[in-house]
Design a binder for this molecule. Structure first.
Ligand code: PA5
Length: 426
């Protein structure tokens, strides 16, 4: 089970401040726990069981097995919330390094160079794709889809359609419609679930399953998290980590800590950190009181932004993700003194926990408020547990800020400008 540690706030917040905040905000907390805050038609993620019923799980398993069997390359095409949950699990559990298919990400960039690199790497391979878009008007996946199907059509002829699975919405011009006209396999992007809340739907689960992830374990983690957090919140006046984390972030922001540094140690968890960043950034970043989420991978970034964290501006707090992967590798002996003899006989997996302790002590000592999430194992179940906990927490955060959690209207400004630029450019 994941543990949350808020003891590193003791120099910043008065003792009992989080309990008081929770007691003072009972009404809004009750509203959130009943799923009564924000757009009512966007709460399809709130109950994990709703999008993970046995028939859908079976359909995902069957399709995933077929793609896994026949594909050398599997393209996951989607952007924003439509690809990050799957990427978090695939890379977090390192399925991208294990056997076939090789995974390629498309539909997440407008870089002609990257698109070309992908096309080049298709040559001589059996290529399958999952195109994901809740609203097929999103430029990145729509563009990638056209490039992919044109390449496939040339390569495989009309039977290429059996290589495409789309995950999208119903309606004119949406992927359900396109799938029906072209014979593509189709999974529904549930209408009541937004991209960044879509981990426990076919959006996240199909690509995870194709790459060999334990989707039952992942769903179990989310489900257990949901049941525990919801029941804990009702029975325990002090709340649980989702509400306490949101309360802590809110109180810290009020004290002038306007940014959050999310620090993780396993490089393979980079996509999980990016998922976290998108979840909080796009859900909460709607008024000037929202915390700016940022991320760093230690120990590498201790040799970069770590200097700033230690001695720079005191306007941020730090959340440590103490998720470590044990692997026995003993330091080999050396014929000459390289200064590392104190590590001889130790397994290298003692390093990251020590780096976390050393760093959090150093930053805390320098006045940085510190929060920690820790887990005793990293697997699909733990990632599922973490994701549901964070989704519920950002929902609380949005409610404390008084913003709508489930839209992202701010994104439209750049889209309008881009349309103008591209129209003039032609
Ligand atoms: O979280 C969200 O809702 C967004 O980040 C979307 O996932 C992103 O904009 C992509 O949208 P779509 O799936 O419609 O292409």
């Amino acid at each position: 089970m994941i543990k949350f540690d808020e003891s590193g706030l003791d120099k910043t917040l008065p003792s009992g401040a989080i309990d008081k905040f929770i007691a003072d905000n009972k009404k809004i907390i009750t509203e959130v726990l009943a799923g009564q805050y924000g757009m009512a038609d966007a709460l399809g993620w709130f109950k994990v069981a709703e999008n993970t019923g046995a028939p859908l799980m079976e359909k995902i398993r069957v399709k995933a097995a077929e793609i896994k069997r026949d594909a050398d390359v599997f393209i996951l095409a989607g952007v924003g919330g439509s690809n990050r949950a799957a990427q978090s699990v695939i890379e977090g559990m390192e399925y991208h390094r294990k056997g076939k298919p090789k995974i390629l990400y498309m539909g997440n960039t407008l870089s002609a160079n990257e698109i070309n690199n992908c096309l080049e790497s298709f040559e001589g391979k059996s290529v399958y794709a999952n195109i994901i878009a809740k609203n097929f008007a999103t430029l990145e996946p729509a563009l990638a889809f056209r490039v992919i199907r044109s390449w496939m059509n040339k390569k495989y002829g009309p039977s290429y359609s059996s290589r495409i699975t789309v995950t999208g919405s119903y309606g004119k011009g949406q992927l359900a419609d396109i799938a029906q006209s072209n014979g593509y396999s189709f999974f529904e992007f549930p209408a009541a679930v937004g991209g960044r809340f879509s981990a426990f739907t076919a959006v996240g689960l199909l690509p995870m399953a194709v790459m060999g992830a334990d989707i039952e374990g992942f769903v179990r983690g989310g489900l257990n998290s949901e049941l525990r957090l919801k029941s804990g919140a009702k029975s325990d006046a002090g709340g649980h980590e989702s509400v306490r984390y949101a309360a802590a972030r809110h109180l810290l922001r009020q004290k002038g800590f306007t940014a959050e540094a999310f620090s993780y140690f396993e490089p393979s968890l980079q996509m999980l950190a990016r998922w976290w960043l998108q979840l909080h950034g796009e859900t909460e970043g709607k008024n000037t009181q929202a915390v700016l989420p940022t991320m760093s991978c230690f120990s590498e970034d201790l040799h970069a932004i770590g200097q700033y964290y230690q001695e720079g501006g005191r306007f941020f707090f730090e959340t440590f993700l103490d998720f470590f992967k044990p692997k026995k590798i003993n330091l080999p002996a050396s014929a000459w003194d390289d200064g590392l003899s104190y590590l001889e006989g130790k397994s290298l997996d003692c390093l990251n926990p020590a780096v976390s302790k050393a760093t959090s002590d150093a930053h805390y000592g320098a006045g940085v408020p510190v929060l920690k999430f820790s887990a005793d194992k990293v697997d699909e179940e733990t990632i599922g547990e973490f994701m549901y906990m964070q989704m519920l927490s950002t929902y609380f955060s949005a409610a404390f800020l008084g913003v709508e959690p489930f839209d992202q209207n701010g994104v439209e400004s750049y889209k309008r400008n881009l349309a103008r630029e591209l129209t003039f450019a032609t």
